[in-house]
Design a binder for this molecule. Sequence first.
Ligand SMILES: N[C@@H](CCC(=O)N[C@@H](CS)C(=O)NCC(=O)O)C(=O)O
Length: 212
Amino acid sequence: MIDLYGADYSVYVRAVRLALAQKGVPCRLHPIDVFAPQGPPDDYLDLHPFGRIPALRHGDFALHETTAILRYVDEAFDGPSLQPDTPRDRARMTQIQSILDSYAYRTLVWDIYVERVVKPRDGGVSDEVGISCALGPARKVVAALETLAGPGPFLSGAQPTLADCHAAPMLALFHKAEEGALLLRAAPRLTAWLDVVKSWAAFQATEPATRT
Ligand SMILES: N[C@@H](CCC(=O)N[C@@H](CS)C(=O)NCC(=O)O)C(=O)O
């Protein structure tokens, strides 16, 4: 049993939950709301000094940073391997994960999805200039992922990998914004892939109930 700390609204927490489900590893989700007015509880900072989510505990082993957690989940447990067999394919998988963290998360989730969908739903006003400014970077992310995706059906080939778990929550939120849906229309491989991962039982079971 894995102890996972975070919230269902987090794309990163959901990525880990998807990987755990692929491996068939049960987990307890301990709620940590990083966006609570008072921030995360003080003792959570012992687990994650940067105060982000997720963090994981497995026995006496604690870990934060999603890419590291995903790799640990794959390597520490039985079940289907979530990493490709060859060094080049593994490098491509890690390249996708790095693109997601470095270029996709802020742009697709915060600059576009949160501004277009969450803010108005919560009674706020979308930052239209901010959304416009994010479209160029978002187009670049979509183009890069579309190129790396190859023939599919998964991002790193014929079998699901950590890249799919990492990418699916972010891309699914992005797709909910009209700008995201439009940009993804020009990316047929990504669109077909998103349909496949959205059909995973684990993807549906981890649909956020809060804050999205
Ligand atoms: N580098 C971290 C990023 C995790 C992250 O940014 N999580 C978001 C939620 S999806 C968070 O904790 N945000 C809180 C904040 O920005 O203060 C990882 O790979 O796990």
